[in-house]
Design a protein around this ligand. Structure first.
Ligand SMILES: C[S@@+](CC[C@H](N)C(=O)[O-])C[C@H]1O[C@@H](n2cnc3c(N)ncnc32)[C@H](O)[C@@H]1O
Length: 273
């Protein structure tokens, strides 16, 4: 593992051992049916779900989008390295499992700043012997630190799949979010790809707006929804693969995805020319 990590995250003061205060990584885990969450997370998770019942489908659609995008990049494009920022707690299909099923030599660097994700990172480090995984405890607001740490495992001279799912919404200022993506992509060569999922008010209606407002009063970190034109700005300079910027449940859907609703979470995959 890389980064300024404490020896044991269980002693990290940021870990809310008594469960006070709902935190994104753990609530997301709860919505995905995981067990790494506390009563405070479940309470806020349930309250958000009461306001916006489709939140469960949003979380599942996001993970399915991750799976389709990583399979496409590994199987069709030939990408063998992934930088997955805002990884989340380990779940059923983590990026290295998806990629290494198709390419056992794939290398994956995971990045998150949540201490409980760090505490569970071991599950993300079980790489196929031909490949490699690493975990970096870092903040998305510091792309240079991320690139420096990722360069210990990834060859940044070869194309990388940059995964930014459900994370840019935690960079509140749009100009800063544009700069973060720009800095990351500037360090990667032509042929690299970026995968983004991002919540939006445009597709979700009043219920999802109310749910995000509730989140920002009762949980951390605060979330920012963006319009399609704002998310498109995050992807300035990359060539969007078909079908462009759409609800992530409609990005190259498989039959099982088409029975799911259009979720208020944009998804897009772009190629750096
Ligand atoms: C909504 S979850 C998404 C997880 C995963 N990417 C997915 O799509 O299922 C967002 C993740 O971003 C992490 N996160 C939030 N703010 C962050 C920051 N400033 N730097 C790094 N990670 C952050 C959270 O800890 C959480 O694990």
């Amino acid at each position: 593992m890389t980064g300024a990590s404490p020896a044991s995250a269980c002693h990290d003061p940021r870990v809310s051992v008594d469960g006070e205060g709902a935190v994104d990584a753990r609530v997301w885990d709860y919505w995905l049916g995981g067990r790494e969450n506390y009563a405070a997370d479940r309470k806020v998770g349930d309250q958000v779900r009461a306001l916006f019942p489709a939140i469960i489908q949003v979380a599942r659609a996001d993970r399915r989008f991750l799976g389709r995008a990583v399979r496409h990049l590994t199987g069709r494009v030939g990408i063998r390295q992934f930088l997955d920022i805002g990884t989340g707690l380990p779940t059923a299909e983590n990026t290295h499992e998806i990629a290494q099923r198709l390419a056992p030599d794939a290398r994956i660097v995971y990045v998150d700043n949540d201490p409980l994700v760090l505490a569970h990172a071991r599950a993300l480090l079980v790489s196929a012997p031909e490949g490699m995984t690493d975990y970096v405890d870092a903040d998305v607001h510091e792309p240079d630190a991320i690139l420096h740490a990722a360069g210990k495992t990834l060859d940044l001279g070869r194309p990388v799949g940059l995964l930014l799912l459900g994370i840019l919404n935690f960079v509140q200022d749009t100009e800063e979010a544009v700069a973060v993506v720009g800095r990351l992509l500037a360090a990667l060569p032509s042929g690299s790809h970026v995968v983004v999922s991002h919540p939006t008010d445009e597709l979700g209606g009043e219920a999802s707006v109310a749910a995000m407002r509730f989140w920002n009063r009762h949980a951390t970190p605060p979330i920012t929804a963006r319009r399609g034109d704002e998310v498109a700005r995050l992807l300035d300079g990359v060539e969007l693969l078909d079908p462009g910027l759409v609800s992530c449940s409609r990005w190259r859907p498989e039959p099982v995805d088409l029975v799911q609703p259009v979720v208020p979470l944009f998804g897009a995959v772009g190629r750096k020319p």
